[in-house]
Design a protein around this ligand. Structure first.
Ligand code: PLP
Length: 472
């Protein structure tokens, strides 16, 4: 049979894989986001990464980089872990998606997650992202309680779909999309009195909270906060949702961060490193009672579902997640995150004592953030007479000079946190070794001790801004 004749020239996979930087930039600028592409180019962040293994990335020219972003915490087991590659080959011939049957892999994954999850979280629902896990969690708690409202924390981040955005805590991301979900109330993170007042007044379906705020700038709450917040929720019949999309799967030194305070959530949200970053995946887990009251009848069973998730999952996500969990436990990654994290935080705190530009060092395990002082704020803006700020928004912060310098002079990949751009996150894969941690510490110290390098980065950035303006 004759196929449809296309009159357009499509890029073949072979051509795509051989594409060089100028064409990638042009496609990105034309078909994706112009400002996003401009910022990548301007900061000289734009490299064609073509290979990855463990903590390392390599670009088209064979340059090697140390990845301290780890897909925002998605690659806890390291890039392309050999066990993940082997496992993906192992299912090569299996169907990748069949919803109309009960399948081995999703049932095994749901079983395993129920075994390792804290408390009595036995029911599992699969999806494809963190925001979807949060949407599912919000829906199940509403359906189970019959209450409409939600309480969440200022500065928190739960994703950018409507429900998740409604409980997130950065007005910049919310305002253009209002009205959001009604009945959402926010309280300061770590403030139990404010939480109790909100619980008393609002009779909310759920309180959703990150055990450590990731995008908020790696904020750890006061000791005992999670435990007490969980108890308060119980007292006011409000369900407790732990959003462990970022803290989960060993990042903070425990498989789940809420275990540190012995907290048993009613619902737990997971994504990012659930599949070791190999395949998009998300999940929420709920207790038997909550699941049953929301979706436990024939009539309610499919009130919530998803093509690639639901109760059937999909082969690639499930097999990657099964393997990632095995690797995490077998390689004892939570303990390694705990030990190496303690070392790293200790050394960073030493730098903080010496260099005033390093305003704060925060974190737990290998979920680490460094906050840069205001000193250099506006530097880029001044040098570019305001152009960079206008063009760069959050990217015009001093934290970006640090990330730019770390990448361009030291080939270390870092990035700021979404809700708090003055904080640079340092999230290596959990099997990072001391040598790599020391290299990043040395790179950082070099940079902190030489204001000149900031100026160099700033000037280069501004030069790029001006050149890209001239071109456009
Ligand atoms: N929840 C938390 C705690 C997150 O950190 C994120 C993403 O950074 C999300 C939810 C949303 O995840 P996604 O970007 O996969 O939708």
């Amino acid at each position: 049979m004759k196929g449809v004749e296309y009159t357009v020239a499509l890029i073949t996979l072979e051509q795509a894989l051989g594409m060089r930087t100028p064409q990638v930039r042009e496609n990105s600028t034309t078909y994706l986001s112009t400002p996003h592409a401009a910022i990548q180019i301007m900061l000289n962040f734009d490299r064609q990464y073509v290979r990855a293994a463990g903590t390392r990335l390599w670009d088209l020219d064979g340059n090697e980089y140390l990845d301290f972003v780890s897909g925002y915490g998605s690659v806890n087991i390291g890039h392309n872990h050999p066990r993940i590659l082997e496992t993906l080959r192992r299912v090569e011939e299996m169907p990748k998606i069949v919803q109309t049957s009960l399948q081995q892999l999703p049932t095994a994954l749901a079983h395993n997650l129920a075994q390792v999850a804290p408390g009595r979280l036995t029911r599992c629902f699969f999806c494809n992202s963190g925001a979807e896990a949060v949407e599912g969690a919000l829906k199940i708690t509403r359906a189970a309680t019959g209450r409409p409202g939600f309480i969440s924390c200022k500065g928190g981040f739960h994703g950018k779909t409507f429900g998740a955005l409604s409980v997130s805590g950065r007005p910049k991301y919310q305002t253009p999309f209002e009205p959001l979900l009604p009945g959402c109330v926010q309280v300061p993170y770590g403030d139990l009195e404010a939480l109790e007042n909100a619980l008393r007044k609002n009779k909310a379906a759920a309180f959703i909270v990150e055990p450590i705020q990731g995008e908020g700038g790696v904020i750890t709450p006061p000791a005992g906060y999670l435990r007490a917040a969980r108890d308060l929720c119980k007292r006011y019949d409000t369900l407790f949702i732990a959003d462990e999309v970022q803290t989960g799967m060993g990042r903070t030194g425990a498989l789940f961060a809420c275990e540190t305070e012995g907290v048993e959530p009613d619902v737990l949200c997971l994504s990012k490193s659930l599949s070791g970053g190999a395949v998009p995946v998300g999940a929420y887990l709920a207790t038997e009672e909550i699941w049953k009251s929301a979706y436990g009848t024939y009539d309610t069973a499919l009130l919530h579902s998803s093509t690639f998730g639901g109760y059937w999952g999909n082969t690639l996500a499930c097999v990657a997640a099964l393997t990632a969990l095995e690797v995490t436990l077998e390689e004892d990654l939570p303990a390694r995150a705990r030990e190496n994290g303690a070392y790293f935080l200790n050394e960073l705190n030493r730098l903080k004592g010496v260099y005033p530009l390093l305003k704060d060092v925060r974190g737990q395990g290998l979920m680490v953030g460094i906050e840069l002082a205001d000193q250099g704020k506006g530097l880029l803006s001044k040098l570019s007479t305001g152009i960079s700020e206008k063009m760069m928004g959050d990217f015009g912060q001093v934290s970006n000079l640090v990330t730019v310098e770390l990448l361009n002079s030291n080939r270390v990949l870092t990035v700021y946190t979404l809700n708090n751009p003055s904080v640079v996150r340092l999230y290596p894969p959990l099997n990072v070794d001391r040598k790599d941690l020391d290299y990043v510490l040395e790179s950082l110290e070099k940079l902190l001790s030489k204001r000149k390098s900031f100026l160099g980065a700033a000037t280069a950035g501004v030069g790029n801004v001006l050149r890209s303006r001239k071109r456009s």
